[in-house]
Each structure stands twice: as C-alpha cells, then as structure tokens.
Write a protein that binds this ligand. Structure first.
Ligand SMILES: [Zn+2]
Length: 271
C-alpha cells in the first residue's frame, strides 16, 4: 500500500469549472497565505434540475458574486438555497448580499441565519445533502454530504492543499480530532470517497487524506509536547521550535493552532 502524499496536491492547478456531475466550483479572487488559491464557492445542482444550492458565497466581491450567479443561472438555473460551512469572512462575508441577489434563504449553524443541525437532510430539486457537524476549525463548522456522489464539502475542516488551522479560542483541538475521526469513519464505511474543500483542489482520495490529517495532528502534538519539555514558554517559542517546516508567513496562524494544542495538552494529558 502506498502512503498517501498530500504534497501531490501542491502541483495541481485549480480554477473555476465543473468538478463532478453535480458540483461546479467558482474560485474567488482572494488568494493568500490562509486562503490558498482563493475561496471555493460551490454551486451544486442535480442533473436536469433548475434549482441550485450554493455553498459559501465567499468574500464581499461583486465580480465574484456575478461569477457565481452566471454559473448558477446556466440552463435556466436559479439559486434555491445558500449554505455556509462557517462564519469566517472569506466564506460568509457575502452571505447577506448574496441573499439579496438571489432571494434564497441563507442557512448556517447558529447565529443570525436559519439554523442547521447535525443530521439535517436538505432536498433541493432532487439534490440531497446531509448536514455533518464538524466543529474544531471553528465552533460552528459544518460539512455537507452530497450523498449521490459520496462527496463531502468540508469548508476549512479539510483543505485541498496542506493542513488547516485550529482557530483558537473558538476552534478547539478536542473537537477537531473528534470531527476528523468522524469523517475518517465515513471514509472507511465508503459513505465519503472524495472531498470538495473550501480552498484548493478537490481530494479524490478521502480516506488517504483523513489518515494524513490525523497523523499530522498526532505528529504536531508530539512536537509541541517536545518543545514545551525543552523549555519553550510562550506559544511563539513553541512555534519557533515545532513549526520550522512551515513558512514564516504561516506562523501567526500556527500560533493559534499551538494555543489550541496547549489547551488540549493541559486539559487531557496532564497528571
Ligand atoms: Zn475558516
């Protein structure tokens, strides 16, 4: 068995376009250290149906929203429902504006919008989505299972390149590990075979990438534990010891993950 190698994703080009029979990606023009190629706005539609579901309208960028509308209104399509994977601005900032443009409801976990809960079944024009609560990156992170394609739309819980940040203090490592374990179970059961992430290219080997994510988190915890044992006092000092493989541009984000890991070590492994 060959080990999964997430670095193969690094060389893949990624742009707007159809990804599966039901999923079309519109890439927002906001590339960066944290957003990789930019935010993926997913337009989902059952073949032959006119009704679309949009996941994560993205940043408040009119050109991007027009691109999403163009994709959604092809062949007499219309947006019937918008969903948010979580409330970070690069995914959700345009939610209100997009609701005005489409007249369609915008739903997410908690907050001001129509609430969603784990296990909810959404049926739009013959397209079925199941809500899978996956807290950890943030407390409100949801994934959506596109049952017809065994595809999981993961937002920032699993990314198309590299690994994600546990956005302390809202994000919690104990929740994140539980969510990764839950997604891994879905991959082992064959319920999820591919991942459509919130940033970067789609992941055709869901089981491999989940194994990689869980191994990566265990390695990082070991590195953080070792850094503390060697005398690192502050999260920054832990980053400087444990994250030497990460570019310095990512260190501010790494510091959040380190704070989440220190909380975890303190709560779960002391004594
Ligand atoms: Zn996020």
């Amino acid at each position: 068995m060959t080990a999964y190698d997430q670095s193969t994703q690094a060389g893949r080009t990624w742009a707007s376009g159809p990804v599966t029979d039901r999923a079309y990606c519109v890439l927002a023009g906001n590339p960066g250290v944290m957003t990789l190629d930019g935010t993926n706005t997913w337009v989902l539609r059952e073949p032959g149906s006119h009704e679309c579901v949009v996941i994560d309208p993205g940043p408040l960028d009119e050109a991007h929203l027009q691109g999403v509308m163009t994709a959604a209104t092809r062949d007499d399509g219309r947006v019937a429902l918008t969903l948010l994977t979580h409330d970070h601005a690069d995914h959700a900032e345009a939610a209100t504006r997009f609701g005005e443009l489409t007249g369609a409801p915008v739903r997410q976990l908690g907050r001001a919008h129509d609430d969603l809960a784990d296990g909810d079944r959404l049926l739009v024009g013959g397209l079925e989505l199941l809500v899978v609560a996956t807290p950890g990156h943030t407390g409100d992170s949801l994934s959506f299972l596109l049952t017809a394609e065994n595809a999981l739309l993961t937002g920032d819980t699993v990314l198309g390149r590299g690994t994600t940040v546990v956005a302390w203090p809202d994000g919690k490592l104990v929740d994140y590990l539980h969510s990764l374990g839950r997604i891994e179970h879905l991959t082992l059961a064959g319920t999820v075979t591919r991942i459509l992430p919130g940033h970067g290219p789609d992941l055709p080997d869901a089981a491999g990438v989940l194994r990689f994510y869980l191994e990566h988190r265990a390695e990082r915890l070991d590195q953080v534990r070792a850094a503390v044992a060697s005398g690192a006092r502050t999260p920054r000092e832990v980053v400087e010891i444990a994250y030497t493989d990460a570019p310095q541009a990512n260190w501010a984000a790494a510091e959040l993950s380190v704070r989440a890991q220190l909380d975890y070590l303190h709560a779960h492994l002391s004594g």
